[in-house]
Write a protein of this length. Sequence first.
Length: 693
Amino acid sequence: MGMKSIKLKLVTVFTLVIFFITATLGVVNVKIISDKLMEDANRNLETMAESEAKYINSLIDARLTFIEALAHNSILLDTEISWDDKVAFLAKEAEREGFETFAIVSKQGEATVFDDAASKVDVSSRDYFKKALSGESNVSDILLSNATGTLVVIYATPIYDNGEIVGVFYGRNDGSALCEIAKSLSFRSTGSGYIINNQGTMVGHANIDLVMQQTNQIEIAKTDESAKEMAELTQKMIAGGTGSTSYQYNGVEKIAAYAPVPNSIWIVAMTVETSEILEEVNSIRNLFIALILGGILLGAIVTFFVSGAISKPIKKITKAAQQIADGNFDAELNINSKDEVGQLADAFGQTIERLKNYQGYIDEISDVLLDIAKGNLTTELNREYEGQFAKIKINTHAMLDNLNSILMQINQAAQQVDSGSDQVANGAQALSQGATEQASSIEELSAGIADVADQINKNAENASLVREKADLAGKVLEGSNEEMKQMIAAMEKISFRSTEISKIIKLIEDIAFQTNILALNAAIEAARAGNAGKGFAVVADEVRNLAAKSTEAANNTTILIEETLEAVKNGTEIAASTAKSIEESAEGEKEVISLIFEIAKASQHQATTIEQINMGIAQISAVVQTNAATAEESAAASEELAGQAELLKELIGEFKLKEAAYGDHVEKSYHDDTNEKIKTHNEIMYEGDNSKY
């Protein structure tokens, strides 16, 4: 570092260490908190977007269901009900459900609006008309009305007659409802929402002018470079699916989440400014900066005083050592300290005193220290030492024994580390293999669940088809019921007319009876007339015969009409019974349709649940793959550890150790005996002479 002062070195080093630790912790914590906040914000925005999309879908379904029910209403289809009555009925329904008006469209596309003037509109080119004519109830995109200049949305459904589509019924609703929904969307203080269609055109926004102008960021980006990121966001939204991303708009960093509205062409988006999400992070960052600066200042001050207390005695010891190095053994040390530095100073002072009297010991001690420096730990002090040098001898031998023991323990530990690293590597390899097999099994399980999901989806589709067929069968039963009622009415008319015919036959019988009497009187008068009345008698006889035949024919006709009336009565009873059975079948069909709808709904729920399970398995697969990678890294680290252990063994091999060191470790009793010897020696040397301390 180029600095000669220990005090300055300590202050500099500890200040840098404190700065590095606190700065690293601060940066890492700020990064973790920022990522967590952004992750939570993205997740919350996605949840809100999905929730609003489901809410809009429920509104669409409710209104389409209302339109479908209204299209089958008998008042709408009955030709005997006047136009004014139909207009009044639909006006009440429009007011109740929030529709502006309703219309019936012919198969040629001519719409008759239910108003006082029965306005005619051509909608043959409209997509909602084409879809409804093909049998699909649907909602249109947001349209700009040519008549009123306002935003409208159309809900259309087919009209059936005996199972055949004969036209389309639609209701017109206020198109600004999506703007109201978008206006209600908010997240914190800067968050907002909007709605686009599958072409990227704005259909719902708090600023209705953007919808009126049919704003499209994709088209704007073609001429305005600043709208490029918004256009990319729009492209992701119309690509399908739920997601979130970050972007910049008008120089402001934002994040956005989006979700499609089921069964429609609309997509809901939620946005919020990134700076608001990270406001808390900025406060935490400023706090960390203040703590870092405070920690650095406090550490520098503490280190300054502590290093001063350490460096001053060291300077004195250094000065005395320099004097001894120059051959001057008269150096003195006066250090009042009880720590390791003070102890070192005391020991160094005693060494100076002994060196003055025992200069000859230095050579042998120097030789032993040189041997130790060369790695020879078998060397010993063989001379007899007096005074403090005896203590040095004992301590030197204790140091050598300790060094032998410690290095041997290090050697054994290196061997154990080497062996342990092999086991860890093998375990990590086995873990990696197991994780790979788990990943394969999870992939097979995921494929099986995907097959189950496909089957559930098919069941839901089949249930929907069955529901449509059941709807059609119900309509056919209703038509048959109506026809049966008409047949009963016709038979009642036949019965009534038969009664009238009976009266006429009774009149014919009376006429025949009177004619017979007249013919009899005419025959009597002809007999009285003699030959002159013979011709008249023949005519009277023919008239009497004709009257007899008329009476016979009238009697036969009466019998036939009575039989007909009896047959009509039986037919009427049978028709009534049949009508009742058909009506009961129609009611049962409605219950079947309801049950089929519940089955389709349950199948859809099962499909959603299977999809969530599949996502969970995908996450488990990712975790297993991560474990496999971690296990491989652990195996590599274990191999590196084994290499370092081998290097440590080679380094220890450079030391020459005592043979005893290769056996058991030096026991604690040895160290206790050594310390006792040192203590006894000191008591003998300095008994009654404290000045030598």
